[in-house]
Design a binder for this molecule. Sequence first.
Ligand SMILES: NC(=O)c1ccc[n+]([C@@H]2O[C@H](COP(=O)([O-])OP(=O)(O)OC[C@H]3O[C@@H](n4cnc5c(N)ncnc54)[C@H](OP(=O)(O)O)[C@@H]3O)[C@@H](O)[C@H]2O)c1
Length: 250
Amino acid sequence: MAGASERTFSGRSALVVGGSRGLGRAVALALAAEGARVLATGRNAAALAELRMIARARGVRIRTLRSDARVRGRVREAFRRAASTVGGPDLLVHAVGDYWAGPLSRLTGERWEALARSNVTSAIHSIQEALPRMRRRRYGRILLFGVAGGESPRAAHHAHAYRAAKIALLVLARSIAQEEAPNGITVNMILPGVIGPGGRARGNAPLATRIPGRRLGSPREVTRAALFLLAQESGYITGSTLTLSGGLLL
Ligand SMILES: NC(=O)c1ccc[n+]([C@@H]2O[C@H](COP(=O)([O-])OP(=O)(O)OC[C@H]3O[C@@H](n4cnc5c(N)ncnc54)[C@H](OP(=O)(O)O)[C@@H]3O)[C@@H](O)[C@H]2O)c1
């Protein structure tokens, strides 16, 4: 961890929606290590408690809130909680995004709507809550998660609906980036390929051989990209995507 005076996010507040596990958790911990005041949300109380414990063990504090980002009222509550505990937030990270793959014949309307709610609607709720606060301060960093090669049918087999939802999010992100640029707010996306714990394939060696880089990506690599896009110095980067895929799905 860097010394307090040189930490990149000292004085910044962050809300990580979907920060209890996975990549959102990794970004929440990295932001806290770099001096940000962080509130992380998720639906599962045990995962949130584990995150608080990990943060404590690393000598940082992360506040948590149980909240379902598919429900607008719960998102509003999360932003209120952020304002009263960590402030702002100056930074919004949205890492929610259920995955589903299957033959088109099994893609029911309900399944599609659930995917869209998880990947897109929850992000819309979060951005809608974030923008008025960020506009008032004329500063904001919004980071969303898509998927590498989302527009390519070669991407994850049978994951048509998931990819379609991620592309919808990408189009939204670019439009909002353009609209909000005059307000000092950036909107960017990370497009992961296949990320595994520590970048190891964990029993999925055949998958790693299909990746030109011959391994899975690591959460650490994702957090490096996230912190870059969230930094104050990245203010001229907006509407951009950063692909982390080891050369897969370019
Ligand atoms: N990991 C990869 O290889 C990969 C590849 C391509 C794209 N992505 C994208 O990157 C993002 C992060 O992926 P990940 O692998 O870290 O996902 P993950 O392990 O499933 O974690 C998702 C996080 O979001 C939370 N969450 C899910 N639904 C939620 C809801 N309705 N309200 C609030 N929190 C919710 C989860 O906690 P609870 O379940 O407890 O709520 C968890 O903290 C996702 O958008 C995913 O689509 C990941």
